[in-house]
Design a protein around this ligand. Structure first.
Ligand code: ADP
Ligand code: MG
Length: 322
């Protein structure tokens, strides 16, 4: 089983940033209002995510590190209606297979917390621990037991850069949640709960927010909302293009095409527009179980999605120019 977990881990845990994404998604799924991330050496030495969410009870904690243990869906039929970010129940097992992972958690109303540890897939016994309500997941020494994979890790600066981008994606996805990020003991971000415009100003800069127009449009169960940057204020070669489907950051060709066309029709010269867009639709209208990291999605009504994005953006971008 360890081998299977190590192989699967390669798909889910490509680098520290992918572990960070999974741990932060778990914190959001647990309904946390505050999430604090602390990294050492680009997340390779250690990567810690602390939240004030629902917590994991003692019995579940023992299960949480084993493969396909998810509390989020009970059967395959539930996949159709999944609203949580996670549902495959493989992230923690995958991380545990290729690092030293400690999970400490306390459910509301419990007298103390419980802690589980795993090193390269060996899970240790449950121990009482001290913690306020919530969960702390701490990953250390990524790939300590798979040297071949460790060789593919890049420099600390590069791995840190990926982690910070992951953090930015998560923090932009939920302006109503407060987020903190530390690297090597230095505070990088401290973001209080805010509006989307405030969060985008903090993360993407004053120039973006000052020149962005709101987008808001709904049709037939679909909704698009967010902020679209006007020309001249893009971040140059550094893309600031964030698209979320039901709260999940995605890269999708259909969406990218609709956005590009809408910009091209209004603003002829802007090659790197900046935007933060949220698409909301009933879960059964989108398949998120296409890729292990869930970054790709498949829409059931792809034409309708394309049209909504194109028209909504067109309208919003044209308004300030008219
Ligand atoms: P998934 O998110 O797909 O269910 P994971 O391996 O990421 O699978 O997590 C396994 C289970 O552990 C989750 O279903 C959840 O019950 C529990 N869990 C993990 N992290 C947290 C957290 N931060 N707060 C509360 N529960 C958590
Ligand atoms: Mg998960």
């Amino acid at each position: 089983d360890l081998l299977i977990n190590q192989i699967a881990a390669g798909e889910v845990v490509e680098r520290p940033a992918s572990a960070l994404k999974e741990l932060m998604e778990n914190s959001l799924d647990a309904g946390s209002g505050e999430i604090s991330v602390a990294l050492q050496q680009g997340g390779v030495k250690s990567l810690r995510v602390a939240d004030n969410g629902a917590g994991i009870d003692r019995d579940q904690l023992q299960l949480a590190l084993s493969r396909h243990a998810t509390s989020k869906i009970a059967s395959l039929d539930d996949l159709e209606s999944v609203r949580s970010l996670g549902f495959r129940g493989e992230a923690l097992a995958s991380i545990a297979a290729v690092s030293r992972l400690a999970l400490t958690s306390r459910k509301q109303g419990e007298r103390h917390a419980w802690r589980m540890e795993a090193a390269g897939g060996d899970i240790s016994g449950l121990q009482p621990a001290a913690l306020e309500a919530g969960t702390v997941a701490e990953m250390q020494d990524l790939y300590f037991n798979t040297p071949a994979r460790r060789k593919f890790l890049k420099t600390e600066a590069t791995e840190y850069g990926h982690c910070e981008e992951t953090f930015r994606r998560m923090a932009l996805s939920r302006a109503d949640v407060s987020f903190g990020l530390q690297h090597n003991g230095r505070r990088i971000w401290q973001l209080p709960a805010a509006s989307l415009a405030q969060r985008a100003t903090a993360l993407l800069g004053e120039e973006f927010a000052a020149a962005a127009v709101p987008v808001e449009e709904g049709a037939g169960g679909l909704r698009l909302h967010g902020l679209a940057g006007l020309p001249g204020f893009s971040r140059g070669s550094r893309d600031a293009q964030y698209v979320y489907v039901n709260g999940r950051f995605v890269r999708d060709k259909l969406i990218a095409h609709a956005v590009r066309e809408a910009y091209r029709d209004i603003i002829h010269h802007d090659r790197h527009p900046a935007f933060v867009l949220f698409i909301e639709l009933p879960p059964e209208m989108v398949d998120v179980n296409v890729h292990p990291t869930k970054i790709e999605v498949r829409f059931r009504e792809s034409r309708a999605v394309h049209q909504l994005i194109y028209h909504a953006l067109n309208k919003s971008l044209a308004a300030p120019i008219a």
